[in-house]
Design a binder for this molecule. Sequence first.
Ligand SMILES: [Fe+2]
Length: 314
Amino acid sequence: MNISDSHKISTLPLSKLEAGCTPLKARSRVLKEGQIIHLPVSGTSRLVLERAWQHITEVFGAEPRLAHKRLKRPEFLHCVSEAKQVIFQDRELRNLLLDILCNTFNSRAGIRFDPPRLRVVPPWQSLLPEPLAPEEEEGACQPISRSTLAEAGLLPLFSTHRDTFYANPQSQINIWLALHDVGPQDSFRFYPQYFDEPVANDSHLFNYDNWKEDVGFGKSQSNHAESKKALYPQALDEDALQDPAAFSLKEGEAIVFAAAHLHGTSPHCCPGTRFSLDMRAVESEDLQPGGLQAPNRDNKSQGSSLQDYLKLEV
Ligand SMILES: [Fe+2]
């Protein structure tokens, strides 16, 4: 069974916010109704693009999306780790993304957030420990089997999960911004019908404090010895999940969605490495009794990532 072809992936319907929609209503649509909101390109998102690509190019060199072809694997993974750190620590980039969120979904005084995370997904062929023979690389793009991913220690990158399985708050919303045009093959897949329905999963084994000590963000692609030891909570019977849907975005466009949505990255064989940014945010008032939160039908993770979230200096 192949992750990339085991189900027909349809196009995800994205919602738009009408002018004048209040932050409370916008978060309600995301958290209570499970809507996945499309944000168009804006002046602020163009600044995000400019700054992010500046960092990425400084680390990877010219044509970063093709760096996987010219760099040896350890060197490529080193660049991934370095770029993630630079973007994680860039306060200006962080503030631009916070501006986008606070313009529509959050209050500046109430927002708690995790700094921006760069995601880097090269074509699956370049992730294998041993490069494919030239004749194997040629021709039509072949789906990769789950067993091949497992042998290469790559399954955690492509698991189907809710971010709440990682002890992220039920009130959390995520923004995911495309750093270049993406389509259904190299965006990622959602399973919207499971937003309010349980799936079998192993989140009960996840403890945030243990995970932070063993793995932490940024080690997953750069240190496989550690990542193999760690638990990446996921849906257990992936083949039983129905109707995945992926999406298309132009560069600088974004989606906002509940962290409780079931989703996962699919291995792709597009020519260019996928680069994207995402950030997680929670509104403080949603954490109060009776506050907005997504339904929890199956998440049994322990601990809370909220302890590491930041407040905006206002
Ligand atoms: Fe995720």
